[in-house]
Design a protein around this ligand. Structure first.
Ligand code: GAL
Length: 731
């Protein structure tokens, strides 16, 4: 499958030798120095549509090594062939002062997306970013929970820098004097077209290491590049069905009796609940942690967990990984911890087996073995003041910088392995990730709380290879409460995180019924969500993404000079703008949230007809519409021909093997197709082939009536589908 490496050099050694013969040793030496400095990339095609470039001596420890990812070559092959997006020679690299200076081409009309989980911007061209794992601090400067060094171009390709270092990115900001396409010099005194930020024809990235490995993913569309990037990491995560239900996190110092009472109240009120999250108080001490149950608050953990499971409610435990001297495995882990502590807890070096054995062994013995279903891995993202400093040392010899960039990946990797060993899927929360982490069963969250920015993060999660939840914590008004709730329902994890506020779904009585309807809608849509994630896993399409990944949507800006009728064409204007307040939930649904204080908003509908999710009515096509949905609704629009499989509003996700009836909704006026994924929903048997896709098609029959068909269950594969009813939404 691997083809021959394609090699090229700025000045090849053959040319160099000729020069030496012709002009003597002195000049030869000069050119030799040039060769060393202007080093070349060595390119290898590693999979269909994926090329690896290496320059210098790439470090042994990088993002992909830390994450331990295995590409899904078969799925990459199925994506088909697609050429390298430009000439290899356009990617340049130099090594100087032990650093790589990388340069990638950039067209005049090109826009860039990605560079990690940014919160305020989607278009990244013109940015200077310091990519570094950190808690998001209110500015898109590159410091964030997942500073994934991956960018996607509107020209339809992606670039990934596989380095566990702090990277500096100049995303089209600097102009070289030898630029082939440098802008014309203008006189600021007299020329009103003078620009403080002249056009730049390159993305430049500084990697503080004497070598690096990069990957280029071909298109032809930006979405194709994203799919290849995700598949190259093994595909996105496939959560258990219960992970896509509803989750409530309770107050930190709750007792087991209080947790059981809370679950009972959800059941009495008819609110769905699949898992409850316990915060630091489940442990006998926290910050630093002991990683064992508090004997007063949780006197009989085994009985508690099994009582909860019997009620259909799983448990997710908060932790940060910093180890107290009171932890039962402290002595065993102590030699394998860093020089510096975090909140006076020791920092395990998870790249070392003895550290993993001690730490993960405790989780296994104390928690997984009694039925705990997942974790929330907190505070692995930074805040310089509490994390280890950059001059900390780790016993494995990895630097503090490398550990910071990969700590979230390591914890995700090794905790997921624990669940994998038990053949049980998990779905939890984490505060840091990075390139290579797409297949981990974790969703990122944080302590920042701006609703609008949470939606922009959801958009950017689609190009960062991560999942993000716009969690609901507290709200000043019932309006804010319901608006936030509406978006968390249309996100990877439907969660209230009430660790501090204690808010419950019904805390705002005037909207409590609407909130319940929304939570039940989340449950009804489970077959759709589950298939979206299966698509993420098997084909690499992220479950949530921004409009720029919608094929053919983004159009470069046109000036009034180019189109004098621009004013009469608001659609052309809209699709060239940065759209950060509406997003896609899968390829079929467009979600356009409202924020507190808003009664009305505009929505940019891509080309093709779009239909109202609730009524099935046509709302527009390739245009900008204005909607005023009222407080109880979040505007959701459905693509023409879309099929949305739904189930009854159960209070818990169906258990393994449980059959569920389906209501298959069809929207629009053109034939449609949907691949409905099915497996046992809880184990890893799907990795051994125990799954199927049931093909759903809708088309007009001989009488001109819409008719739906679903393919028969595949013999020998799990079949969780009961009776099927059809609902043709567009009349
Ligand atoms: C924070 C975390 C919160 C909550 C809290 C508990 O750092 O982001 O969600 O878990 O810790 O102390």
């Amino acid at each position: 499958m691997y083809s021959q490496p394609v090699k090229f050099a700025a000045i090849s050694s053959d040319v160099n030798k000729k020069i030496m013969r012709k002009t003597g040793i002195l000049l030869g030496c000069l050119c030799w120095m040039l060769v060393v400095q202007a080093q070349s990339f060595e390119w290898t095609k590693v999979a269909e549509g994926v090329w690896r470039g290496r320059i210098g001596q790439p470090e042994k420890y990088d993002l992909l090594t830390a994450a331990g990812t295995e590409p899904n070559y078969k799925a990459l092959q199925q994506q088909g062939a697609s050429p390298f997006p430009f000439s290899f020679s356009l990617i340049r690299g130099n090594i100087k002062d032990g650093k790589c200076y990388l340069r990638f081409p950039l067209d005049k009309q090109e826009e860039l997306f990605g560079f990690g989980l940014q919160f305020q911007t989607v278009h990244q061209r013109g940015k200077i970013l310091q990519l570094r794992v950190d808690h998001y601090g209110g500015k898109d400067n590159g410091r964030t929970h997942a500073p994934t060094p991956f960018y996607v171009s509107s020209n339809g390709y992606g670039v990934f820098i596989n380095s566990a270092r702090y990277l500096t990115v100049y995303a089209g900001t600097a102009v070289r004097k030898d630029s082939k396409d440098a802008p014309e010099e203008k006189d600021r005194n007299t020329d009103k077209n003078w620009s403080a930020r002249p056009y730049s024809d390159a993305v430049e990235i500084l990697v503080p290491a004497a070598g690096v490995e990069i990957f280029v993913f071909s298109g032809p569309t930006p979405m194709d590049a994203v799919k290849r990037y995700n598949l190259f990491q093994g595909g996105g995560v496939l959560p258990p069905r219960w992970g896509l239900g509803f989750t409530q996190r309770v107050k930190s110092l709750y007792t087991s009796a209080e947790v059981e009472a809370e679950a009972a109240e959800f059941a009495e009120r008819g609110f769905p609940l699949d898992f409850i999250g316990l915060e630091p108080g489940w442990q006998s001490a926290a910050y630093p942690g002991t990683f064992q149950w508090d004997p007063k608050r949780y006197p009989d953990p085994k009985k508690f967990v099994s009582n909860m499971l019997a009620k259909g409610v799983r448990l997710n435990l908060w932790m940060n990984p910093y180890v107290s001297k009171k932890a039962p495995f402290y002595q065993a882990i102590h030699p394998y911890t860093a020089s510096h502590m975090v909140w006076l807890g020791e920092v395990p070096d998870f790249t070392m087996l003895p550290a993993r054995k001690a730490f993960m062994g405790q989780l296994e013995k104390n928690q997984l073995s009694i039925g705990v279903s997942g974790y929330k891995i907190d505070e692995v993202d930074g805040y310089d003041y509490y994390l280890w400093p950059d001059l900390a040392t780790f016993p494995s010899g990895h630097s503090a910088e490398q550990m910071r960039e990969t700590y979230g990946l390591l914890l995700q990797r090794y905790t997921s392995e624990l669940f994998h060993q038990q053949n049980k899927r998990t779905f939890g929360l984490v505060r840091a990730s990075n390139g290579g982490g797409a297949s981990f069963p974790y969703v990122i969250y944080n302590d920042y709380y701006k609703h609008e920015d949470f939606i922009t993060a959801l958009i950017n999660s689609g190009t960062a290879g991560v999942l993000w939840t716009p969690e609901v914590r507290a709200s000043k008004t019932s309006e804010e409460w319901i608006r936030r709730f509406q978006t968390v329902i249309f996100s990877p994890m439907a969660m209230i995180n009430a660790w501090a506020s204690g808010t419950k779904p019904w805390s705002f009585p005037d909207v409590a019924n609407d909130i319940k309807e929304l939570a039940l809608l989340r449950m009804r849509m489970m077959p759709y969500w589950y298939s979206l994630f299966a698509q993420y896993h098997f084909t690499g399409v992220p479950p949530f993404f921004g409009m720029d990944l919608e094929p053919g949507f983004y159009q470069p800006k046109i000036s009034r000079k180019e189109d004098p009728n621009l004013n009469e064409n608001p659609y052309a204007e809209a699709v060239s703008r940065e759209i950060k307040d509406q997003y896609m939930a899968g390829e079929n649904l467009l979600v356009a949230p409202l924020f507190a204080g808003q009664n009305t908003r505009t929505v940019v509908l891509p080309k093709g007809k779009w239909f109202d999710f609730y009524t099935g009515k046509l709302v527009g096509e390739g245009e900008v519409i204005t909607v005023s949905p009222g407080l109880s609704k979040i505007p959701v629009f459905v693509k023409n021909g879309a099929i949305i499989p739904m189930m009854p509003p159960l209070l818990h996700a169906p258990r393994a093997g449980e059959k569920t009836n389906l209501e298959i909704r069809f929207y629009g006026d053109q034939p449609g197709h949907f691949s409905l994924y099915d497996d046992d929903g809880e184990t890893f048997q799907y990795e051994k082939g125990a799954y199927s896709f049931r093909e759903i098609t809708v088309q007009k029959n001989a009488n001109g009536q819409w008719e739906g068909k679903i393919s028969s269950p595949v013999p020998g594969k799990p079949n969780t589908i009961g009776t099927v009813t059809w609902k043709f939404m567009t009349q």
